[in-house]
Design a protein around this ligand. Structure first.
Ligand SMILES: *Cc1c(COP(=O)(O)O)cnc(C)c1O
Length: 235
């Protein structure tokens, strides 16, 4: 990363253009329209100045995965962008996220719903929440609910004051072929929409696997490294 703002702007412009070309190619291959897909640029570990530069390049949605760093960055950024919160949350801190986040992709338990709802109500805002689904039940450390837990969690979000049910999100298990997981998520989304027709967001696909996510029907891609460069820490 360069300290010179105009050099950094060029880097970001190039990263964004290359990624955009790949998104368009994957849409064409899948017979989908680019307009069906929202690119969320994941800016975690990168400075607020990068978010302002990205906004100048037309980026409207950015993603962060750590609280309170995400809130500090949101305060510092001058551009009007939508903030997507993607990371793990402690129940007692979740309410504070509602102050700056527009969407939370990582809702995986009812306690979090209650806390986010209270936070959204207190801030006088509506927070769109996605249910994070996990397909690797063998690893108890992973975030997300198993598919059978989706209906209860979705109902809790849909009825909570200040919250709106957006849809589903997943992170493909590391080292696995992501395709079956993304296809499974798409089937779960179709089932969810039988009860919640407006909950149509499918958040899937990162730098390493977004083409597969587009092929499987993702509506929201969460892409960091391909655009901003390799992170110094895993964030
Ligand atoms: C960091 C992160 C991303 C982006 O990952 P890249 O490999 O940088 O594209 C997407 N989703 C979540 C939940 C993340 O934490």
């Amino acid at each position: 990363m360069s300290a010179d703002p105009s050099a950094r702007l060029d880097e970001l412009r190039r990263g964004l253009a290359e990624t955009e070309d790949r998104i368009v190619a994957a849409c064409t291959a899948a017979g989908r329209d680019r307009s069906e897909i929202t690119l969320v640029v994941v800016t975690k570990t990168y400075p607020a100045s990068d978010v302002d530069l990205l906004a100048g390049l037309g980026v409207t949605d950015v993603g962060e995965n750590r609280h309170p760093e995400a809130g500090d960055k949101a305060d510092e950024v001058e551009a009007a962008v939508r903030w997507h919160f993607l990371g793990g949350l402690q129940t007692n801190k979740a309410g504070a996220v509602a102050r700056y986040a527009d969407l939370v992709h990582s809702v995986d338990r009812v306690k979090l719903v209650n806390s986010l709802s209270r936070g959204a109500e207190a801030a006088g805002r509506t927070l769109t929440c996605l249910v994070q689904v996990d397909f690797d039940a063998t690893d108890p450390g992973r975030a997300g609910v198993v598919p059978s837990g989706i209906p209860d969690l979705a109902a809790a979000i849909a009825t909570a004051p200040g919250l709106q049910l957006g849809g589903l999100m997943t992170v493909a298990p590391l080292g696995d072929d992501p395709v079956p997981h993304f296809e499974h998520l798409a089937r779960l989304s179709a089932a969810l929409r039988e009860d919640h027709p407006d909950a149509s967001m499918i958040s899937a696909g990162m730098s390493g696997d977004f083409e597969a996510a587009i092929a499987a029907g993702a509506t929201h891609l969460r892409i960091g490294r391909s655009i901003l460069g390799a992170r110094a820490s895993t964030g």
